[in-house]
Design a protein. Structure first.
Lengths: 552, 671
């Protein structure tokens, strides 16, 4: 069976790689250790030295993850790689266990990449710079840990640890309503993460014997369908807050609306992806039978996300909140992809996370850069800004076009993969697929409506005299152009030839979908289920389609 | 030495490389690059020029009888599934390649003169090269998916170019409208492509066609579903080729610089829809109902465009509605199952309409010397008149264009339009009648444009008319001279420089002669695209059938021209009192463009804004409030979970969905 194979493979890999350089542990511990050194960095208090230090550390961390990807990671292997394991608290079953497979490796790279750029984006921060960079670097390590750890208890710790820096970054450097936003954020996330703990404990103790938290061991456990449903529901709430899923999303516009630009980039670029990653890792991989039951809900919620958030984004008059809602809208595609039961769709969900990480970060960076000049986020108070800030206008246009899924950029590929994967998926009845695809495609119309309206209101038209007279509208500086260019290179690279990214996780996603399909074959009991069933079309279709994910 | 067809991928890549180079330069070294006007223009013109040379080599190869060449590679893959990209060269593509590159080069040369004093000269050329690249990529796309990619990219270029003068509110709105209306079409196109892929497992044109037919014949797909999928795909061409009711963006798009109107919104991009329908013939032909829909949409469009063009006072808008109307003719041909005729009209129309637009640009450029850089004034024919004396080349070429579009033999438009009308007469006599009447209207409004612009006496210096026009456009008289930098206005316009006059003269040649390639008894054009049909046409050609129909179309055109001469050249009849005063409702109906813009605005623009505001209201008051307080508690309690145990998650899902909608509706009703 596939999962036994995966377990043994994981173990052999662990043994074989024990002598290799611990890339993953290094990438987690190095930024945290460096963060602890920040108090000793000589700095006059204006942050001019400490920002170089932080940038250097973030860059080295990025290089460590890239080194790990190049030297320790083999994209053709579907199981866990680069495994590093030490017993920590054996009584509790807790071990320091990290590793990477196709689901986590791209996100680890994304994390270290975006954090390095965020350090560069944080250049103008002068208020308590030491604390700021300490939190930034701590977050870097914490977030890599979330993606890399292979132990549920450790995951819970990393998940919680990463909340504290975000809370402080929001509460100290945020906007006017920062206390409210930070409190709301911490209540939502901490409250929801209780579910992770409860479900994690339940899973660890399930079946008696010594408790075990390791993913591979949990995967091997044979949970009953009923248990899977409960566990799945709990985790869905926890990760649904993070992703976020409507109606659990309301912390996000507040948090994003108050955060400063670099924190913004991290929130949109990485934090939201933790939700998507966790859904794939736990809900799909560990609870496949629960997933087989819940998948239609994911698809429906994905569609709700797309349309609902696109509409709220359209009505928003505050620039930051507008982009925040657009993030929610884009995460809808991740949900549909995860629920699609197809290689292509799931792969598209993964790519959408990476793509939105890059595009979302670039848009939020631009929001920050624009705010530095206009000192307002209200669209009504802007207008005609493009006269003085031509380069800024160009960057905004490119990033908005990327966000509205223009072909040639990564967003298009991922959304297209989700669309094609879902609509050719054999797991759903035809009518369900038609309705969902049509509704999701409405998002294709709504996205340009709000993004282009936004561009029009900020940059087009006659210059807003009041704004121009009160503010100093200087054009983009080289640092800003550099940050955006760094983000655009992978955005366009993936858009032109998506396989540079998809091939790096392909094997893992295929194994994951195989697992889903096996579980679904087990769950299917035709009379009770109207939606999840094998389409009668399957027998009649031309052979080309029968290569699509086979059931059972 | 590889053959031209194997090098065809270079055709879009060359302009793209040029555009990228200059674009990066603009972002990094803005000032320096902006100063290098001529070198940049030269570089980009040579890139497109090289693509043109290669295109002609490809065309020559096709004329010599080479078959289709197709090269594919795996672009994205997952599992056993591959999405392929690549390029394909065949006769249809070769014709379009030659057409697009020719007009693109001419328009670029013209732009050097037209945009000479514009701050955004370099940016303009970059966009032009980017557009050429996307359009050429669209032409050589081997499958629907890749077509969709380039389809969006040309849409983006159109957005950038319509909004080129971004300090004008009109341009900003028009650019957004163009993009969004096109996205509405793309919504259908995307769903149609997905559906066809689901039904046939392929993105290739021939494969889809044959497998769709098999699926319907085998009973695995109902006929109605197949028709629905075909019509969804047709929504894409409807938006791009400005077919009713998605034509609304095209007249507004005239806010862009005039060379753009010539290249994108007359000759090439708007023809992409017609081109796609021609590519999809293997899919559409087996479904006569689809063909009927295409033909009817085309007919509505051709009549609508011509009727609105009758009363336009803005020179460019008049030409824009004429383009809408002519695109309707092409679509009608496609619906009649005569793609060769439609493509032939596409080619002839591209030449003479590009020329007409460039003429209008020349006129506007000249008018700006007199009335200043205010589009409301420079484009209005009430301020023109008598320009023939000042601008001999422009007026002559415009006159040739009018003759060509009116269908006077032996100019280009006669052969292609007559071919379409002949086909329509055979397939749908009723639609033929509409096309026939419209031919007369076309001749009338085109000569109306000609006489108002070039004949009579010059009215450009009339300050009272200027003031009236400005007042009607809601602009104060003071602000229009803001950007003139104090130089005094000339008393009368001048002929444009060689960069602008030369393309006009060059385009006049094919406008006169190219129709002779498609004479019904010996159509070289048809022989290239479809040798069997050409042989069939030549064999069944009879003067007895051809002469009455052709004679009738020429006659109706002559009637249109005569009315126009009487009304606008000789002033024998006053149409204002004879028609407009007697039928005020009709006049208002046409002047308000069939009220379609008003309906759009009320229904979709205001409607979507209201809906969005309501959803946001729900979000900030209801969802946020509920979730903040009690949501977490109830969601976590057993009440919600009991439901899941039954395993009917999908039912639960529908409840969530319904709940959200109900909330929105409720708030809509209350608020």
């Amino acid at each position: 069976m596939a999962l036994d194979f995966a377990v043994t493979q994981g173990v052999t890999l662990a043994q074989s790689s024990s002598t290799a350089f611990p890339w993953l542990s290094a990438s987690i511990l190095f930024p945290i250790a460096a963060a602890l050194c920040i108090p000793f960095v000589p700095d006059k208090g204006d942050g001019k030295q400490v920002r170089w230090f932080a940038l250097g550390v973030a860059l080295i961390t990025f290089l460590i993850t890239v080194g790990g990807y190049l030297n320790g990671y083999d994209p053709s292997v579907e199981g866990l790689q680069m495994v590093e394991r030490w017993q920590w608290l054996p009584d509790l079953g807790l071990a320091w266990s990290v590793g990477a497979d196709g689901i986590s490796m791209p996100l680890i790279l994304l994390t270290s990449f975006i954090t390095a750029l965020a350090a560069l984006a944080a250049w103008p921060v002068t208020f308590k710079p030491k604390l700021f960079y300490f939190l930034l670097l701590a977050m870097d390590g914490g977030q890599i840990a979330v993606f890399a750890v292979q132990d549920m208890l450790l995951f819970f710790l990393a998940w919680e640890l990463e909340l504290l820096p975000v809370y402080l970054l929001l509460a100290i450097w945020g906007g006017k309503k920062r206390q409210y936003a930070a409190t709301k954020f911490i209540l939502y996330t901490a409250g929801s993460s209780l579910f992770i703990l409860i479900v994690g404990l339940a899973m660890a103790f399930h079946g008696g014997g010594a408790p075990t938290f390791e993913y591979t061991a949990l995967m091997a456990k044979d949970f009953s369908t009923k248990f899977q449903l409960f566990a799945y529901a709990g985790l869905l709430i926890a990760f649904g807050v993070k992703l976020p899923i409507v109606p659990l999303h309301t912390w996000l516009p507040d948090a994003h609306g108050e955060a400063t630009a670099p924190v913004h980039m991290l929130l949109a670029g990485i934090l939201l992806k933790m939700g998507g990653y966790a859904l794939l890792r736990f809900n799909v991989q560990l609870l496949p039978e629960g997933h087989a039951q819940f998948a239609p809900l994911l698809v429906v919620l994905g569609v709700v996300n797309i349309i609902y958030a696109a509409l709220t984004s359209f009505a928003q008059r505050n620039l930051k909140r507008k982009i925040a809602y657009s993030s929610i809208s884009h995460m809808g595609f991740v949900l549909i992809g995860i629920g699609s039961f197809s290689d292509l769709g799931t792969s598209g969900a993964m790519l959408q996370m990476i793509s939105h990480g890059l595009i979302g970060a670039s848009l939020f960076f631009l929001v920050g850069a624009t705010y530095d000049r206009t000192h307002t986020l209200q669209l009504d108070e802007m207008g005609g800004v493009g006269q003085k800030m031509r380069k800024m206008f160009a960057l905004w246009t490119i990033c908005s076009l990327a966000s509205l899924a223009l072909p040639g950029m990564s967003g298009f590929v991922s959304e297209l993969m989700v669309f094609v994967g879902f609509s050719t998926s054999e797991a759903y009845s035809l009518s369900f697929r038609i309705v969902m695809a049509v509704l999701a495609a409405i998002g294709v119309i709504l996205t340009p409506v709000y993004l282009l309206s936004m561009l029009r209101e900020i940059f087009f038209g006659k210059e807003n005299v009041e704004l121009a007279s009160h503010t100093h509208l200087v054009d983009a500086e080289p640092r800003e152009i550099y940050v955006i260019s760094c983000l655009l290179v992978p955005i366009i690279g993936i858009g032109l030839y998506p396989r540079i990214m998809t091939d790096s996780y392909r094997a893992s996603i295929e194994a994951l979908v195989q697992r889903e399909n096996n579980a679904m074959a087990k769950v299917i009991h035709p009379p009770a289920n109207a939606l999840i069933r094998r389409s009668p079309m399957a027998e009649l279709l031309p052979p080309a389609l029968l290569q699509a994910p086979a059931l059972g | 030495m590889p053959s031209p067809a194997e090098l065809a991928w270079l055709i879009p890549v060359l302009p793209l490389a040029g555009a990228c180079l200059v674009g990066l330069g603009l972002i990094s070294f803005n000032r320096t690059i902006n100063r290098l006007r001529k070198p940049v223009a030269l570089l980009l013109i040579s890139c497109v020029g090289a693509a043109a040379v290669l295109s002609y080599a490809v065309l020559a190869q096709q004329l010599a009888g080479a078959g289709a060449t197709e090269v594919l590679f795996n672009w994205a893959s997952a599992g056993t599934f591959n999405l392929q990209m690549g390029f394909r060269v065949d006769a249809l593509g070769a014709v379009m390649l030659a057409l697009v590159t020719t007009i693109a080069v001419l328009v670029m040369v013209y732009s050097d003169g037209y945009m000479a004093h514009d701050k955004g000269y370099v940016r303009f050329f970059t966009y032009l090269a980017l557009f050429s690249s996307s359009m050429l990529g669209l032409i050589i796309s081997p499958n629907l998916l890749e077509i969709y990619v380039f389809w969006e990219l040309v849409g983006m270029c159109s957005y950038l170019l319509v909004g080129f003068w971004y300090d004008r509110d009109g341009a900003a709105n028009a650019a957004q409208k163009a993009f969004v209306v096109n996205r509405v079409g793309d919504f259908g196109l995307l769903l149609g492509i997905l559906g066809l892929f689901w039904a046939t497992g392929s993105f290739g044109f021939e494969e889809i066609g044959s497998r769709l037919q098999e699926a319907v014949a085998g009973g695995s797909l109902s006929n109605a579903a197949a028709i629905l999928l075909c019509l969804l795909v047709f929504m894409g061409p409807m938006a791009k080729s400005a077919q009713f009711p998605l034509h609304v963006w095209l007249p507004d798009a005239m806010e862009g610089p005039t060379p753009i109107s010539a290249l994108i919104h007359a000759a090439t991009m708007v023809a992409a829809g017609v081109f796609l329908v021609a590519r999809l013939q293997p899919v559409y032909v087996p479904f006569p109902q689809v063909q009927v829909v295409i033909a009817v949409v085309g007919t509505i469009t051709l009549f609508l465009g011509a009727s609105i063009a009758l009363t336009q006072m803005d020179l460019k808008k008049g030409l824009a509605y004429s383009t809408v109307s002519q695109l309707g003719y092409m679509m009608l041909a496609m619906g009649c199952g005569a793609p060769v005729a439609g493509m032939f009209h596409l080619v002839t129309h591209a030449f003479f309409k590009a020329m007409l637009f460039l003429c209008s640009g020349s006129v506007i450029h000249a008018m700006e010397d007199v009335v200043g850089h205010e589009p409301v004034l420079a484009q209005d024919m009430r301020l023109m008149g008598g320009l023939r004396k000042f601008m001999p080349i422009t007026s002559t070429t415009f006159f040739i264009g009018c003759l060509a579009i009116s269908g006077i033999p032996p100019l280009a438009g006669f052969w292609s339009k007559d071919e379409i009308l002949g086909q329509a007469f055979g397939s749908f006599p009723l639609l033929w009648a509409a096309g026939f009447i419209t031919a007369g209207m076309t001749a009338f409004y085109m000569f109306r444009l000609y006489f108002l612009t070039f004949e009579g006496s010059f009215r450009g210096t009339d300050k009272t008319v200027q003031a009236q026009l400005l007042a009607a456009a809601g602009k104060g008289a003071a602000e229009d001279h803001g950007d003139d930098h104090g130089h005094s206005h000339a008393d009368h316009p001048h002929e444009s420089g060689w960069q602008m006059a030369m393309p006009l003269a060059v385009l006049a040649v094919p406008s006169v002669l190219i129709g002779l390639l498609g004479t019904p008894w010996n159509s070289r054009f048809a022989r290239l695209l479809n040798p069997e049909e050409a042989a069939h046409m030549a064999q069944h050609f009879s003067w007895g059938e051809f002469l009455p129909l052709a004679g009738a179309s020429v006659a109706v055109s002559l009637v249109g021209i005569s009315v126009s001469v009487l009304a606008y050249a000789l002033h024998k009849i006053d149409l204002g009192t004879a028609v407009a005063a007697r039928f005020p409702a009709l006049d208002a109906f046409l002047a308000n463009k069939w009220y379609l813009d008003a309906i759009n605005d009320k229904l979709f623009v205001q409607g979507s804004r209201k809906l969005a505001r309501q959803v946001l209201e729900v979000d900030s008051k209801v969802v946020d409030g509920v979730v903040n307080l009690t949501g977490l508690v109830t969601l976590g309690s057993g009440e919600g979970l009991k439901y899941l145990e039954t395993g009917r998650a999908q039912f639960y899902a529908l409840i969530v969905f319904g709940g959200v909608i109900a909330l929105v509706v409720l708030f809509g009703a209350l608020g």
